[in-house]
Structures are given as C-alpha cells and as structure tokens.
Design a protein around this ligand. Structure first.
Ligand code: BYC
Ligand code: FE
Ligand code: FE
Length: 407
C-alpha cells in the first residue's frame, strides 16, 4: 500500500461541460452549490459518504481470518479506497457547504455500523459482515450498488461531485473483482470437494455447501436491493429534475432526458399476488437504476454456474426474486419466497432457514475461517486465484508481515 496515493482525486475538468438532463438541461454545469438545491445535494453527499466508513467498520475483523496473504492484500486495498472515498465526500462538505457541511462531516465520525444509538444511515451498512464468504458477497452485491449510485452521481450538474464520483467509480472495478472471483473460488473449491466425496454436505470435508452459499447470496442480494430506495420515490424524481442525480448511462439513453409524461410498468403486491401497473417514469427512477443493477448481478451468477458446469455438477446458483426478504419499497410488508410466491407469516417462518443463513450456518462457516498467513498457501475452503495481483505471482509477499511486526 506504500505506493497508494492518498488524497482527493477528481476526473479531468471539461470547461465546456453542459448539464445533460432535467430542467436545467443544456445549461453550464455548476462549480458552486445553487441555494435552491443545497439541502438535497448535501443529503446525497452525506448518504454516499456514510456508506464508505461503514463498510470498513463492517470489514475490520476480517484480517484475523484471511484465507491467504493474497486475500488479505485485497481486503486492505478495498478498505484503503473506501477510506479515501469517505475523505472525498468530506472534502465536498467542507469546501462547498460551509458550517453546516463541517457539522455533517463531524456527524459522519459519530455514527458507527450496527451501533444501536448512532447507526449508519442505510440498512445494509448496519448488517454484520460475519466472515469472508459474506465479505465476497458484500463486494459483489453491495459494492455494485456503489457502482450504480456513483454512476448516477457522476452525471450530476454539480461538477465537483460529478468529478469525484467519476474517479471513485474507477476504483469500484477492483472491489467487484474481489467479489466475483472470491465467490467463484469458493464455488470451485466446493465443487471439487463434492466430486471427491460424492456428497453435497461438504462441511465435514472443510468446504462450504452450495446451499449455504446460496443463502449468503440471497441475504446480500436482498439487503443490497433495499439500497435503491422505494420503487416509486418523489425524492428520486426531484433529484433528477433538478439535475442532481441522473440515470445510469444518461447520455446513452435515447429519450428527451426530461421524462415528463413518460411511463413504465412496476410490479407490486395486492391481495397476496404480484401484479403490474403503469406509473410515471419520473416517479420510478430508483426502479430504473435497480433494473440495471439486477441485470448486471446476473452476469456473475452465470460465471459461477459455469464453474459448476465445468466441474460436471447439475446444481446451480440463482438470484432470488426481487421481492424476497425486502424491507424497503413495495415488498416491504410482504413475505416473498426466492421463487416469487407471496407467503403468509406461518409459511415464511417455516421456510426462512432454508433461504437465509441461520445462526447454525454462520457458525459452521465461521468454524472454517482459520487464517492462512504462509505466503502462497490458501485455507481449505477456497481455491487459489488463477493469477496474482499486478502481474505478481500468487505466492508473492503482498503483505510484509515481519516489517509490520505481525509475523
Ligand atoms: N436503509 O424516497 P426513498 C457505496 C430512506 S453504496 C435505510 O425511497 P430515496 C458503497 C431514504 O434515505 C452507494 N433507509 O429513498 C458500497 C429516505 O429517507 P429520508 C451509496 C433507507 O431518497 C460498498 C426514505 O427512506 N450511495 O457507495 O429515493 C462499500 C424514503 O426513501 C433505505 C447512495 O446511496 C435503506 N436501504 O433513495 C462502500 C447514493 N433506502 O430522506 C460504499 C446517494 C431508503 O426521508 N443516496 N431509505 O429521511 C441516494 O441517492 C438515496 O438516498 C437512496 C434512497 C437511493 C439511498
Ligand atoms: Fe466506495
Ligand atoms: Fe467499493
């Protein structure tokens, strides 16, 4: 990490940049905060900033049980970058929002992930990252929400926000690489053990069973879906019309970029059934972004399933239904199974341990989490990566344990 450049990084400035959407479309981007949008902009920056240290708080225990020095290195890179993302948001608060901004920045230091009195703002950032499988699911599913949210904020008419987010977005690629390949390596190891021992229950053989991997996936996907907010949100519509937050790939969309009068369909629950209705497009921009996210999430699952297919196994992983285990939006007060059936309380309670990690599952996974800090070696529940990082070999001394007084 010595070479890591700490600081505030912004993408290149473009002196001719114009606002691409909303009621100010065609005007020049802003270099100062317009009074009328001050509160909303500060809110967006505070929410974004709050998630960054939250993830580090969630992940800070993982160094105790890293499955290899290679994985420990990746954890450190993710944590350092999230720390810097916080700094980038604090810089905006200090530089552009005066005394109020400084107070909000101070509050960011007071909240803590999972703290009952002063929790982080968004649900997923108060969940415990219990072990490395959860961490890989987190970087796959939750950092991916970061990718999509940053992708909308990089369209912002407030240029300093747009430029910091564009830079932050570049770093998300590595975080999601850690998730995609992390889960893949767990799946590969599990497949190997299943074939070797002819059983799906690979816990006694030192691996994580596929049905437990599926439960971890179900959990992290559903709490990450909540991060998009309600399907219909006047906040989201106002952010868009005001030019504060655009859509994913705004400039590639082939429409008027104002969206007044547009409509789309939205699923919801009524009389114990999932139905569809037509709603104004401008009211459903959180859903628009979530749809993009869901399509992207499916790519990794296809990769993981390819690994199962290559191993000659019939089992497959899948994304649960969008309504599964939701606390925000139209599904919040309903129980929906991973297959998409609406259930009553009794049916849900009877099945929930088949779908979400139980205390017993988490304990069994935690028992496998023994640190492996010998260079080039890997814990038994995960396959080694195909290649090292930055063209270095897998057994490279990525973390200098002796120099840090840790060996
Ligand atoms: N938990 O109108 P609604 C990342 C609140 S991740 C708790 O539907 P809106 C990263 C909501 O705040 C990316 N509360 O929401 C990843 C609102 O409260 P107020 C983070 C929630 O405003 C990994 C109320 O419910 N960036 O970078 O349309 C590692 C009504 O909701 C939740 C952003 O999120 C929830 N899940 O949309 C490290 C971008 N969801 O205002 C980092 C900035 C909603 O009535 N944030 N609520 O008190 C936003 O754009 C919006 O705030 C949201 C919510 C999309 C989050
Ligand atoms: Fe981040
Ligand atoms: Fe990230």
């Amino acid at each position: 990490m010595e070479e890591y450049r700490w600081g505030i990084f912004l993408a290149e400035a473009d002196p001719d940049k114009l606002i691409n959407f909303g009621k100010h479309k065609g005007g020049k981007v802003w270099h100062e905060v317009p009074g009328e949008h001050r509160a909303d902009l500060m809110r967006l920056i505070v929410v974004q900033g709050d998630t960054e240290p939250a993830s580090v708080e969630q992940q800070r225990i993982l160094g105790n049980t890293a499955p290899s020095i290679y994985d420990l290195r990746n954890l450190f890179q993710v944590n350092v970058e999230e720390g810097r993302h916080l700094w980038a948001m604090v810089y905006l608060l200090h530089a552009y929002f005066g005394r109020e901004g400084r107070e909000e920045a101070e509050q960011l230091l007071k909240r803590n992930s999972g703290d009952l009195d002063a929790p982080r703002i968004l649900g997923a950032f108060n969940e415990a990252t219990t072990d490395w499988l959860q961490f890989f699911m987190f970087t796959y599913f939750t950092d991916r929400d970061g990718k999509y949210q940053l992708g909308t904020l990089k369209e912002s008419a407030f240029d300093p926000l747009a430029r910091t987010c564009e830079f932050m977005l570049k770093e998300e690629a590595h975080h999601m690489f850690v998730g995609t390949t992390g889960v893949q390596r767990v799946v590969e190891r599990t497949a190997e053990l299943m074939k070797e021992h002819g059983t799906t229950d690979v816990f006694p053989h030192g691996g994580i069973p596929l049905d437990v991997i599926q439960k971890y996936l179900n959990f992290q996907y559903s709490v990450s879906m909540d991060l998009f907010g309600s399907e219909q949100s006047t906040n989201a519509g106002n952010y868009y019309s005001s030019g504060l937050k655009g859509r994913w790939q705004e400039t590639r969309r082939k429409d008027d970029h104002v969206l007044l009068g547009g409509v789309r369909t939205m699923r919801y629950v009524e009389d114990g059934e999932i139905k569809e209705k037509e709603v104004p497009l401008l009211s459903a921009l959180n859903l628009d972004l979530r749809d993009e996210y869901v399509a992207d999430c499916a790519n990794g699952v296809r990769r993981w399933n390819q690994a199962l297919e290559d191993a000659g196994l019939d089992e497959r992983l899948f994304l649960p239904h969008e309504g599964f285990n939701r606390r925000v939006g139209v599904y919040a007060n309903h129980h929906v199974s991973p297959a998409g059936e609406v259930l009553d309380d009794a049916d849900w309670d009877a099945r929930v341990d088949d779908w979400l990690p139980s205390a017993k599952d988490r304990k069994a996974v935690a028992d496998l989490m023994v640190p492996e800090y010998e260079y080039g070696k890997f814990a038994g529940w995960i396959a080694p990566p195909k290649t090292g990082i930055n063209d270095q070999p897998v057994e490279f001394d990525y973390v200098h344990l002796a120099e840090e007084g840790l060996a």
